[in-house]
Design a protein around this ligand. Structure first.
Ligand code: F6P
Length: 626
């Protein structure tokens, strides 16, 4: 199993895979390629699902191969050096809080992770009696922390405007723009703004494609592509005026689902960076490659700790799958930042799986007070923004039954009597109450708390003897572990519900240009038809019509995505139209005639003689004008 390795590792990583070969899905960037490891994940049982995700996540820590394309990886010297260079810039900023700022920005999960890191590290500074030094921006504002808001992601002007506002009056700003796919116009606008104001800004781009795979598509109403922005940054990096942190972590387990590996790698890489800068600024510890390598190893240990619970996690996957199949719900009830992890996981289910906002939801103790987000309490925006435990008890609990799964997320340092009280209350309505409980060696969930839960995944961490910072690092690791567990159960549950075909998110929301392109790529792959024909079928499904007019055909993509954001089952409908060469009405009734979307699609493709082989699917990718 071991590839060539220069460094000491805690876990085994898979052999270099097909995706590292030059011709593999050549028209797609790494973050949009399909991962050969998971190509049959839609047919896997819960235990196999967990195993496949374990292998995929292990690729994050794989080292650069020697015989295949030279993708730089997390452990590559070039990446370690950039981490050191950026940490040194950050150290200077931390030492001058009056005039300087670190800003993290992202869209979707990238923006949610920006928020999480910023609030966590500001709390760390507060604990050290230091001034706040970090700020975050998320496309779509704080409501995007809880629900998916894809449209603002397409607007480079909005990104730049928000950044200018946040940095008003600052003399030095380290700006970190996260776009896992090197693709979001919102981030491109911000990076461009920074590069036009280098007297104040040092821009850093974080993503997981090589720069030559940055999105090179015209951005509506703007003069640059993301690729051109990244190219300019690359030039500036030669003089340390800008930086790009873009190790490859391999394709996502569910194609394009950057909330998964890319999200985890964002968290790992930025935490390593922030910790190194903090230690340098406040404890006089030099920023070295060895220090960074030690941190990386600690994160590998989190992978090991998490997946040592594979069996128990698979039981939960099965449970969540059953709930979703029966039309039930999944509720994460978390404490402190573990509550945030639940909210983050839940927020991506609608755009990824075409889930309803109520299907998977997260709740946190003390609601917005605990969230500490910039816009404060936004519960008035609608029921999906009511996120406190009290809201759950008041609005949701009366309707909870055995079809639902409720999952508590806590540590033994949280208020156990409050946990016990809430668990007792919920267990009166459902026998499907489970928990992920983090403890330190020698500490166990008390029997009286245990009694309400049908199962507990108990994660034990070493006792930290070193002070405040050691506990803080462990908190970050518990978050990552929880993220992995939640990603597995929400992805696994939706796989069991039939929302995934091969490893493609078939029922994605087509709500921005990136997702429109992804939808087209999926249609081409599964039907093998031309791009033009796939686009026609996609537009038919979006505009609810069998007759496409010229104004529809010639509209901008953002018009299509606006329209699509209110529609259901857009991509599955288009697949059936293409496979059966049928009308919209017939496509919809064929979808309805099967218990799951995956079975419907499989039946339609089988009827056209398109056999289920992964190679055939891979051969379905055609060029732009095909
Ligand atoms: O467009 C929605 C989305 O795909 C989210 O699912 C994801 O978290 C976000 O975009 C971020 O994408 P990126 O980091 O590649 O810009």
């Amino acid at each position: 199993m071991l590839g060539s390795r220069k460094h000491n590792h805690i876990i085994e990583t898979p052999d270099t895979g097909k995706w590292q070969l030059a011709g593999y899905e050549a028209s797609l960037p790494l973050t949009e390629k399909s991962n050969p490891i998971t190509k049959e994940i839609d047919k896997a049982d819960p235990l196999q699902i967990v195993h496949l995700l374990k292998l995929c996540d292990a690729e994050i820590f794989q080292e650069e191969g020697e015989t295949v394309i030279n993708y730089q990886r997390l452990y590559s010297e070039s990446v370690l050096q950039t981490l050191i260079d950026v940490a040194k810039k950050m150290e200077d900023i931390l030492k001058d809080p009056e005039h300087s700022l670190v800003v993290l920005s992202g869209c979707g999960t990238s923006g949610r992770l920006a928020y999480l890191l910023v609030t966590s590290f500001n709390r760390l500074l507060k604990g050290l009696q230091k001034k706040h030094n970090y700020d975050y921006i998320i496309a779509g504002g704080d409501k995007a922390l809880l629900t998916s808001q894809e449209a603002p992601e397409d607007n480079p002007y909005l990104g730049a405007e928000e950044l200018e506002k946040v940095c008003a009056g600052k003399k030095q700003v380290l700006f970190i723009g996260i776009s896992c796919g090197l693709s979001a116009p919102f981030i491109a606008g911000q990076l461009d703004f920074c590069m036009n104001n280098l007297n104040v800004f040092t821009p850093v781009l974080v993503g997981f494609n090589p720069t030559n795979m940055a999105r090179n598509e015209i951005i509506e109403g703007w003069h640059l592509t993301f690729y051109q922005v990244a190219e300019r940054m690359q030039e500036l990096q030669k003089n340390y005026r800008a930086f790009i942190l873009n190790p490859a972590v391999g394709p996502e387990a569910i194609t394009g689902s950057s909330r998964m590996k890319a999200g985890s790698a964002t968290k790992i890489m930025l935490e390593i960076l922030f910790l190194a800068a903090h230690r340098a600024a406040f404890s006089n510890k030099e920023i070295t490659a060895n220090g960074i390598l030690d941190c990386l190893q600690a994160y590998e240990r989190v992978h090991k700790v998490t997946y040592s619970q594979s069996k128990k996690i698979s039981v939960l996957v099965n449970q969540v799958g059953e709930s979703l199949q029966k039309g039930g719900h999944v509720y994460y009830i978390g404490w402190q930042t573990l509550g945030v992890m639940g909210i983050i996981d839940a927020s991506e289910c609608p755009p990824t799986f075409g889930a309803d906002v109520g299907d998977v939801r997260g709740f946190i103790n003390n609601g917005y007070k605990e969230m500490d987000n910039k816009e404060g309490n936004i519960a008035s925006l609608g029921p999906e923004f009511c996120i406190a435990h009290d809201d759950f008890v008041r609005n949701i609990l009366p309707h909870v039954n055995d079809n639902d799964t409720v999952l508590f997320l806590f540590t033994l340092d949280d208020d156990l009597s409050e946990i016990d009280k809430l668990a007792t209350q919920i267990s009166a309505n459902t026998s499907n109450l489970h928990a992920v409980a983090h403890s330190t060696a020698g500490h166990y969930v008390p029997e009286n708390v245990k009694k309400s839960f049908a199962s507990i995944i108990s994660i034990t961490w070493p006792i930290v003897f070193s002070e405040y910072e050691g506990c803080f690092v462990q908190k970050l690791q518990r978050e990552l572990c929880t993220k992995w567990i939640l990603n597995i159960i929400s992805t696994g549950g939706h796989i069991l519900k039939g929302k995934i075909y091969y490893n493609y998110m078939m029922d994605l929301k087509v709500s921005n240009t990136k997702l429109f392109r992804r939808a087209l790529a999926i249609l081409q792959r599964v039907t093998g038809q031309s791009r033009l024909r796939c686009q026609e079928a996609l537009l038919q499904a979006i505009y609810d019509t069998d007759e496409l007019t010229d104004p529809i055909r010639t509209s901008e993509v953002t018009k299509h995505t606006q329209m699509a954001s209110t529609k259901n089952q857009v991509v599955p409908t288009a697949v059936v139209i293409l496979a059966r060469n049928c009308s919209l009405t017939e496509a919809r009734s064929r979808l309805d005639a099967h218990p799951t979307m995956r079975e419907a699609i499989e039946a339609c493709l089988r009827a056209t003689g398109r056999k289920r082989t992964a190679d055939q699917i891979a051969a379905g990718i055609h060029g732009e004008n095909d």
